[in-house]
Write a new protein. Structure first.
Length: 311
């Protein structure tokens, strides 16, 4: 599939934002959030900014962005619509939580709002992953590991942002670093399992199945004399051509370097904001490469018509 940069930014930005919102909400319910008004304001503002920027960028991929609101009506059958509904609904508890922290309001509703925000963040990211996992024509997406990958990557990026913010505000504690390492390990494991699964899958459909002929068969002439829209969008091959190299870059930048820098933070607390800032920067690069490759490696079954052996 041809990668759309608006969708790449949407999934990475909103994923990190929802991950940060989830961990902020969990720390609030557990009573672990730092007793700093400015920390709470900056942290939840960053989470909501990342979420909003990502959601808005997703409309740029539409032919008629002004009609995006119509997608909300199909929540019974479409994961895209469910994602939109849950994303909007999550703004209510998280927005109220932001106001409570901003004005330092003492209320028993804080824990309930934090719990609803955490649930909303989790469900929204799951729906985002299911948008792709529900597409049967693309074998690299039509698997349950896809929403799991989205959830673990969101958790890892959110935990890394939380650890950075706590370091910047001087809230010295080992648990955010331990949480970050655990999330990075989980995300790395699920990503490696995903790569292993798609590499071992030969494809459910073949040209023989598409034509009803006994194989092996080969195409003598292309169906078109020049590339068309389907071939440009569905037959993108650059990602598959450089997949191994890009996978290595993604794994190193997204998992290895942030994990090493997080461990270094535990050993050198005085430089923790510097190390964590570098970890966030390299993770952002790795996440962009990983998400670009997620789209670029995808093979659509329609390419069987254009001579692809299996999909």
């Amino acid at each position: 599939m041809h990668p759309a940069y608006s969708v790449i930014f949407f999934t990475t930005s909103s994923g990190a934002g929802y991950g940060l919102l989830f961990w902020l909400s969990v720390t609030q319910t557990l009573g672990l959030i730092p007793q700093s008004r400015w920390f709470a304001i900056v942290a939840i503002s960053l989470a909501l900014i990342l979420v909003t920027a990502g959601l808005l960028s997703s409309t740029f991929h539409l032919g008629r962005p002004e009609r995006a609101w119509r997608a909300f009506s199909q929540w019974r059958t479409a994961w895209l619509s469910r994602e939109g509904v849950v994303a909007v609904a999550t703004y209510l508890p998280s927005g109220l939580l932001a106001l409570i922290w901003m004005f330092a309001i003492e209320t028993n509703a804080t824990v309930w709002l934090a719990s609803l925000s955490a649930i909303g963040a989790f469900v929204t990211v799951y729906c985002t992953g299911m948008i792709y996992a529900s597409l049967t024509p693309i074998r690299q997406w039509n698997m349950q590991l896809v929403p799991v990958n989205y959830l673990t990557l969101s958790a890892a990026s959110g935990a890394l942002l939380l650890a950075l913010l706590m370091g910047l505000f001087g809230a010295a504690a080992l648990w955010p670093l331990s949480l970050t390492l655990a999330c990075i390990a989980a995300a790395a494991a699920t990503k490696l399992l995903y790569y292993r699964a798609i590499d071992r899958d030969p494809g459910k459909y073949t040209a023989e199945m598409a034509t009803g002929l006994k194989g092996p068969i080969r195409q003598l002439d292309p169906p078109h004399t020049r590339p068309n829209f389907v071939m440009r969008e569905m037959g993108y091959e650059i990602g598959r051509r450089h997949a191994r190299r890009l996978r290595l870059i993604a794994l190193v930048c997204l998992f290895v370097i942030p994990a090493v820098l997080t461990l270094a933070t535990m050993l050198a607390a005085t430089l923790s904001p510097v190390f964590l800032l570098l970890a966030v920067a390299t993770a952002a690069i790795g996440l962009f490469v990983e998400r670009w490759l997620f789209f670029a490696e995808a093979e659509h079954v329609a390419m069987l018509y254009y001579g692809r052996r299996a999909a």
